[in-house]
Design a protein around this ligand. Sequence first.
Ligand code: ZN
Length: 260
Amino acid sequence: MRVEQLGDGEPNLAVVGSIHGDEPCGAHAIEALLEADPDLERPVKLIIANERALDRNVRYTETDLNRVFPGNPDAPAYETQLAHELLHEIRGCTTLSMHSTQSYSQPFAIVDETGPLARTICPHLSIEVLVETGGFVENTLVGYVDVIEVECGLQGSAEATENAAELVEEFLAAAGALSGPIESETNPIPVYQLQRQIPKDPGSSYAVHVENFERVDAGAPYATHDETEMRAEEPFYPVLMSSHGYERQLGYAADRSGTL
Ligand SMILES: [Zn+2]
């Protein structure tokens, strides 16, 4: 884990990149910010989290870091120890954590629930939608600190890196760390709440037939599993859904829960 700081004093703002090692956009955005070394009104801690997985271009080396919070310093798995160290670094910090996906090219944000932090920061981010996990996905970072996770684009793409750099600047401006104009004209952001996982059999092949965040009606076919069509039992909105993103799930089914 690489921990850096810009600005003087004890930071209560943090930016985290590459919790997943095959999502380099966050690390690149942090390196670019360190290189630019802007004048800051508030000190910021910058953390490249899973350097070992980043070096190998894998999601994780032993276990998924974003499924083992709060971690354990005595655990055998590298990422479980790392989760403990990372939480120690960012506890008390308002945090932006950058990810990328295999399922959606446009930036969106993920929070535990839409509270004051999301209401303050998210309208200033270039995001299409906001996803609430509602405590549904266990042991992820959003359950343990004041964090906004952003999915910056498609894994490994140049666009994801550009978006990550832009989202960091917007986050720092919204938090009052970067002076300069804050985007004052904000668009309404649709909010989706995760309801359930859509499981996947790791031994089979899948094709997904629907777009993320676009409503799937009851009875509509949304994927093919080997030769079998999968149809929606009730209407839902697909989130983080792709045929190859996760080993044991196609993605999530969400409801529209409002507008920010
Ligand atoms: Zn990720």
